[in-house]
Write a protein that binds this ligand. Structure first.
Ligand SMILES: Nc1ncnc2c1ncn2[C@@H]1O[C@H](COP(=O)(O)OP(=O)(O)O)[C@@H](O)[C@H]1O
Ligand SMILES: [Mg+2]
Length: 294
């Protein structure tokens, strides 16, 4: 399914209750029997079968013949269920084209009430290998599809909670709503630092480190900070992509904040030839006196 907006428009209410029936059924079954889908959705069996055939043709449900006929959904249908709920709640008024594809997400442009520019981020846990959730993924491997969807929903909820805690003290897009694995936030201004050619790199670097410090004072460490997760514009900087954020009480906190800051300094040094001292930057963020060099 290439176009989310197009697929969404095609869906009828019966399609949606059928997909929801499978979603609920997947808590108990890897492949949800037709009878169970019909029971949960309240559609009579022949109607449910008809919808399931159509949805299967659209690539929104997978079918498996066991000693019964079973169905399951994957991310494309999960995206549509989340979007449907967000639209019903008036968090999203219309969804547009893709804004970006990240390591663990697909992000779409959208509009909210009063044409508020939004970004809708659909989490995709368990698809690529990446260190932050490698442990979780190992744990998920071989588990039913449901666990991938569930892990993505947990990631979206965590990201929403972190951003909600940081906004507006820290410059992050305002979080608007979340449903399942989808997070709605305001669209960030400008472009990613990785793609920008900025005139005042020193000021931008200072602004990023200030945001890191403010987050730290709220006990939050980003833990995946890089030029790809920082937006720059005339108005300043915004930091995105918070699902892996940890508390400053985390056992690896020192290492994680150091890695974040080192990534930022390395980027500015490589691209803009700015030399900055890591220990000094870190001590300012942690509000600790600088340790004497041994
Ligand atoms: N609020 C936003 N406004 C504009 N673009 C965004 C926003 N959030 C994400 N994006 C775009 O989507 C991409 C992926 O989002 P990100 O949160 O970084 O997820 P990932 O963990 O997949 O890297 C970003 O690099 C960016 O291009
Ligand atoms: Mg990112």
């Amino acid at each position: 399914m290439e176009n989310l907006a197009e697929a969404f428009l095609k869906l009828t209410d019966e399609d949606l209750v059928t997909l929801k029936g499978i979603e609920i059924g997947m808590r108990r079954y890897e492949w949800v029997p037709t009878t169970e889908i019909s029971r949960i959705s309240g559609l009579d069996p022949s109607k449910a079968e008809y919808r399931l055939d159509l949805l299967n043709g659209m690539g929104l449900v997978a079918r498996e013949t066991l000693h019964y006929l079973g169905y399951q959904i994957d991310f494309p249908a999960y995206d549509l269920l989340a979007l449907d709920e967000l639209v019903r709640r008036d968090a999203v008024i219309c969804i547009g084209p893709k804004l970006g594809v990240g390591k663990e997400s697909v992000v779409y442009e959208a509009l909210g009430p009063e044409d508020l520019p939004l970004a809708v981020k659909f989490h995709r846990e368990g698809r690529t290998s990446f260190k932050r959730v490698r442990r979780l993924r190992e744990h998920l491997k071989g588990l039913p599809r449901f666990s991938w969807l569930y892990a993505s929903a947990l990631a979206a909820r965590h990201e929403f909670q972190v951003m909600d805690k940081l906004y507006p003290q820290v410059s992050v897009p305002r979080p608007v709503a979340h449903s399942r694995h989808a997070l709605v936030m305001e669209r960030a201004c400008g472009i990613e630092l990785s793609r920008a050619n900025i005139q005042n790199p020193e000021e931008a670097m200072g602004a990023v480190l200030d945001e890191v410090a403010k987050a730290y004072s709220l006990k939050v460490i980003h833990a995946d900070l890089s030029e790809f997760n920082i937006f720059v514009s005339e108005g300043g900087v915004e930091i995105i992509d918070w699902p892996q954020a940890v508390s400053t009480d985390h056992p690896n906190a020192a290492e994680l904040v150091e890695r974040d800051v080192a990534n930022v300094l390395r980027f500015f040094e490589r691209k803009y030839k700015i030399k900055a001292d890591l220990a000094q930057a870190l001590s300012r963020i942690r509000r600790e006196p600088l340790k004497e060099a041994a």
